[in-house]
Design a protein around this ligand. Sequence first.
Ligand code: SF4
Ligand code: SF4
Length: 281
Amino acid sequence: MKEKYKRGLVLDPSTGELKPVSRGQYIQQWLYGVCEPYILKGTMFMLKSPKRAALFNKMSTPKALPREVVVSTEAACRFIDFIYGQNIGNDCPRMAVTKCVCQTATGRFREPVEKDMALLYTANLYLSAKITGIGEPYRLIETAEEAKEMLKYFDECGLVHAIMYCHSSGRWTFVVCNCDDEICVPVQAYKAGRRDQVLAGPEIIALDRSKCKGCDECGKCIERCIFEANSIGLGGASAVDYKKCLGCGLCASTCPSGARTLVIRKDYEHEDKLTTRILLG
Ligand code: SF4
Ligand code: SF4
């Protein structure tokens, strides 16, 4: 395995601690990177038929596979500031980006395609080894500003940011995905009933119905929510199913009347995986 960068760091997102990645973890991540396209293809194969999807939903997600926690653009930008704000020298990359693994693996493309943002040791590995299981080289993201501009653009495009961690440990955070509602495999699995694939983040929407312009006149929140949490409520104002809201903030960022804001989710369950100290400041 050719290493362009000497060091790779791993973030413990529950404490904010950065430490050198172990060789074992590095190799496991490499193996995961090689297998990932086949895992994604296999998942889509299971989801395509109702019978296979029902079987798939009965299986528990193997511990070796990743989960993702949904975050708002503001929270994702704070996460980026944290990563780029660490004093780790110049020989260790913070982030790298390549084409969406889900799009490449399934052969279905929709712009923006370059949106798979690898972090720290994963960026180090993917830049050095050119692992691509998917055949696409990664590109270094030089600055926090560049990374945050990308996130804001993805928000405009209606993509949901999700921070993924590997192996259920919560300590192997490895990528910021930017998910759509048509091609993203974890979102397809979530919509088919796999609620353990895409997890609610530390924020949730709050709606002031008195400020809503009405769904006939506006309805942007219904269009923007890929988790179908929004609907037409009493009197034509929008309504929220709070059980379905994962806290992406896409509806809030386009609500023209300020009827929607993100607030802290009181029952956030993943503090040990992604701490609110980093995400919410
Ligand atoms: S985006 Fe805002 S104003 Fe428009 S329907 Fe939704 S809540 Fe109402
Ligand atoms: S209701 Fe808004 S914040 Fe909640 S999941 Fe839908 S778009 Fe995201």
